[in-house]
Design a protein around this ligand. Sequence first.
Ligand code: TXA
Ligand code: MG
Length: 317
Amino acid sequence: MAAAVDVLRVGGLVAIPTETVYGLAADASNRRAVRRVFAVKGRPADHPLIVHLGAREQLRRWAGSVPPVAERLADAFWPGPLTLVLPRATGVLDEVTGGRPTVALRVPDQPLVLRILARFGGAIAAPSANRFGRVSPTRAGHVVADLGGDVDLVLDAGPCPVGLESTIVEVADDQLRVLRPGVLTAAEIARVAGREVHEDPGGPARAPGMLASHYAPAARVVLVRAAEAVPAVEGLLAAGRSVAVLAETLPPGLPEGTVALEPVGDATGYARHLYDRLREADRLGVDVVVAVVPAPTGAGVAVLDRLRRAAGPTAGG
Ligand code: TXA
Ligand code: MG
């Protein structure tokens, strides 16, 4: 913990665990440190970063204005996997916001990181600790494999319990819009907010960087319903492809030679294990991952979103 604070103070980069995914952290007030985050990730400069706060009370230091509905959401869900996009305070670096008039803020629910933030005193800008366009890391080993010596310190707190990136909600003119779905659902947010939450992530408000082909492993990803899994695998095997199957529970009757990735159990388990399983498929060197889609409710909404991006723009939305 002390080493992490020291590295942050001198403008270095620390890979930190959060409840969602591992982040690549830099002092959010240090222009040079933030620029290095972009360089290491290979990320375009106009894709803004999330600023991680140690406490909800810091919200007003980073946001230029905080409507009551944002206060309510912060009270209800922080620390936790909710990112609020709000008008930025003066002094927030353009490097962090990508030059936008808004800033993305969250308090992560990870005890070690909260202690680091408390000791550090500032805030940390942290994108997911993967190279641009690749699957986000949910274990310290994923970070080391992706970023290696480009990061000054990697903290290992085991696998991330949530496994998918935070839900991003834009609060503009008291209107709420989900820019990126997460395990915290629009319905849960609407209940606390006491108003409608727009779920359509399309349009100009969409979080920059939410490319259709994001979060992709090297293997091709094919999405199927449970009943289609066996015929899909048979077809791919017949075409000479090596195939892995990812599902909540394995469909019966998979042909011999299919690589069965460890089943994820339910939608929450799907969120928790998705990225690790996709990396596992790459480690095994399979050509195709046949993923059985979860029901589009609860955590399944965010899982489906990431699966579609992993499958790429040809997946039919
Ligand atoms: O769970 C998470 O959110 C993880 C952990 C590390 O906290 N972080 C994460 O960061 O997923 P990153 O950089 O991979 O994704 C941040 C997303 C990007 O899609 C970015 O475009 C969006 O947040 N974003 C950041 N600032 C924004 C802003 N001012 N307006 C709209 N979108 C913004
Ligand atoms: Mg990311």
